[in-house]
Design a protein around this ligand. Structure first.
Ligand SMILES: [Cu+2]
Length: 377
């Protein structure tokens, strides 16, 4: 594919998908880096402190303050795009495209009015043109027009995080490559906290003891005549067959963090009775509905907006395709909790499920087994 890129160049890679699906009406929205015209508002960030954020693989969050200290800062980070084969279920492999090698990509955390300075690197070992559209950013296709990088290139985008909430980011290189890259793994979340931290519906401060980021991914893996999942040597080779499965709108697999079972067993999320946990859930392409079996969403920021009062005591909360949602829960009982997409076919048969392992003492007032199962007398 690298040689294909060299031979045909950027524009052909972008539009080559048309050769595979000529019947699709396609608009290529992202092109070469745009020329910024007349500047109406100049930026002066010369007085701002600059810090580097070290990104970590989900479900973990990078080190951060919940309440901002001091004035807005420039928060800088580098994200490397990694094209690689990933095993998304036992013996099922895809030619994944990722931010930083994980699906989802790492969660970025800043505060409102911080400036995010993102260096996007597309190593020469990759085969495709990529970019990043951040739903928290304003203008130029969420930054996608200013970050389009061919293999061997990097671009630096700086934007002011003016809206607080949890926002999806994803690759959007144009035309049918947009859904192809998104369902090949290229998406993640940026959390923009209010400068004074989170608040409940009456405006009282709330904080969390820990947070986890769960990225739900729909995969469309082609099968051969015997129903065996096919394996490919490059994203370009997988593309034509994958488009055919994508057009059915029926995923073959749904994962939480890149592989069926990735956040279960010894990799379960951990908490203790009395701890408050913030769960951030994203779906960049498709609707989901999150449910913590045996628990609740004490506070849920619907649509991902921290600007609105959170809903309370929810049993399940919807995550619309293209958004992220944050939910806060204080655990009151020990045990293994299943954290699922409550389309139970999608969680149990396709893979959209995780575990939270909670330690602590049982509260018999909240629940008690009055008598064990025994023959009806
Ligand atoms: Cu991409």
């Amino acid at each position: 594919m690298k040689s294909l890129y060299k031979k045909w160049g950027r524009s052909v890679i972008l539009s080559s998908s048309l050769l595979f699906v000529p019947f699709l009406s396609t608009t290529i929205v992202a092109g070469e880096s745009i020329e910024v015209g007349k500047i109406g508002v100049e930026s002066d960030i010369s007085g701002l402190k600059r810090v580097t954020q070290t990104l970590v693989a989900p479900p973990f969050l990078p080190a951060h303050e919940q309440v901002a200290i001091g004035a807005p800062k420039i928060i800088a980070m580098t994200m490397k795009i990694v094209e690689k084969e990933m095993e998304i279920a036992e013996d099922v492999f895809v030619q994944a495209m990722t931010f930083e090698g994980s699906n989802p990509g790492p969660i970025i955390i800043v505060h409102k009015n911080d400036y995010v300075e993102l260096t996007l690197q597309n190593p020469a070992t990759n085969s495709m043109v990529h970019n990043i559209d951040l739903h928290s950013a304003t203008g130029a296709l969420g930054g996608a027009q200013m970050t389009e990088v061919a293999p061997g290139e990097e671009a630096v985008l700086r934007f002011k995080a003016t809206k607080s909430g949890v926002f999806v980011y994803h690759c959007a290189p144009g035309g049918v490559m947009i859904p192809f890259h998104v369902v090949s793994g290229m998406n993640g979340v940026i959390m923009v906290l209010p400068r004074n931290g989170l608040t409940d519906k009456t405006g009282n401060s709330v904080s969390y003891d820990k947070g986890y980021y769960i990225g739900e991914q729909d995969w469309y893996v082609p099968q051969d005549e015997e129903g065996e999942f096919k394996r490919y040597s490059s994203p370009a080779e997988a593309m034509g067959d994958t488009f055919e499965v994508m057009k059915t709108l029926i995923p073959t697999h749904l994962t939480f963090n890149g592989k069926v079972g990735a956040i279960t067993g010894k990799h379960a999320m951990k908490a203790k009775v009395g701890e408050t946990v913030l769960f951030i859930h994203s779906q960049a392409n498709r609707d989901s509905r999150v449910h913590l079996i045996g628990g609740h969403g004490d506070l849920v920021w619907r649509g991902g907006s921290f600007n609105d009062a959170p809903a309370t005591n929810l049993q399940s909360w919807s995550v619309v395709g293209g958004e992220a949602v944050a939910a806060l829960y204080t655990f009151q009982q020990p045990g293994i909790y299943a954290y699922v997409n409550h389309n139970l076919i999608e969680s149990i048969m396709l893979g959209a499920a995780a575990h939270v392992s909670v330690e602590g003492a049982w509260n018999n007032d909240l629940m008690e087994q009055v008598s064990k199962p025994s023959p009806i007398n």
